[in-house]
Design a protein. Sequence first.
Length: 445
Amino acid sequence: MLYSARIIPHDPANMPSILIANGTVLDPSRIFERRMDVLIRDGKIAAVGHDLEWQHGRADRVIDARGCYVTPGLIDIHVHFREPGDEEEETIATGAMAAVAGGFTTVCCMPNTKPALDNEAQIEFVRRESERVGLANVYPVGAITKGREGKELAEIGSMHQRGAIAFSDDGVGVADASVMRKALQYMGMFDALIMQHCEEPALSGGSMHSGLVSTTLGLNGLPPEAEQLMIARDLLLNRTIGCRYHVQHISSAWSVELIRQAKRDGQRVTAEVSPHHLLLTDEACRGYDTNFKMNPPLRSETDVKACIEGVVDGTIDILATDHAPHRAEEKELEFQYAPFGIIGLECALALYIKALVTPGHIDWMKLVDLMTAQPARVVNLNKGTLQEGADADVTLIDPAWRWTIDPKRFYGKSRNCPFAGWEVTGRAVMTIVGGVVKWELGPEV
């Protein structure tokens, strides 16, 4: 289908009331799914129900959401916006545009920038730039260690006060057990969240999953034990400390089992999984296409099935894209030299539908829960709900919208997407942030 789309410029002085009519309100925070209207006033959810204009007065704009789900704004707690340092790959502005175009109203950006987000000035920069751009809510994740070097704790307390939503050295794991133990102890004092990139460096250095395909292609492998060893170590360290601990981009079967057992033991652990680890295996690397190179790497069919099962049984709490833009010339290098990472914000929803809903693994309520209420809970944000009085962050989703993924039409700066040309179903058709429409998608006229 041909379509027209537009990003709505930021205008803080213009906040009309909005009535979203005839849609199916789907709010996992209240386990609520019903055909109702939603009234938005002054940036908040004013009411959810029937005959709202009769009860509350006429709205400035009425949006017909017939055939759509009306959900809390989607939340992605793991994105890379590259600013400061690599603005040619992505900026907070272009990343926020990509976010709202994908239906995301809130994102959390990782600290592996240049320089790293390891002090309060860098955290303040991200917050102010997000406010200036005025599209998605962009919350910064502070670095655990100075320069993400894994040696000395960063200014965690001051960053937390300035608005760092969590802490991670993403891109690398904290290798030194002593440093990690100190981080867990310190952050546990004020209930901060650690988000760990789990990769034992002694087993890193490969380009793809270690297995038959890597051997056939003559490429060094990254074994799943690299992920599993760090998860197991951290869970052991944290067993008596009790810090909130989150495993990023989980990819292997035994990693899922480690999280499952830790939860049974009562540990405060959560985990996320990305679209590519639910849809692709290392077989996709046979053509040496670097768009299939990511870290953790695409693994075996057994690992994919285990990740899906982890979503189904609640071991995995969150769906997160790990949106990682790169320049075309970087991704055009030989496979072993090209950087890890792919983009994902603008097609993630449809990919999750394809991986989880269409095959019948989960229903729509569960999908939206994994993309709204659950991530809000994990990073301790007062969002992810359509409760009256909540921030009016709302996503309208057409579950029947068929489209072809075309990275050339994305709003983000980079095009490193392995899903180009995929036929998918389901799409965000409107994104409302703080009571203001930021993104609209409709038939081309």
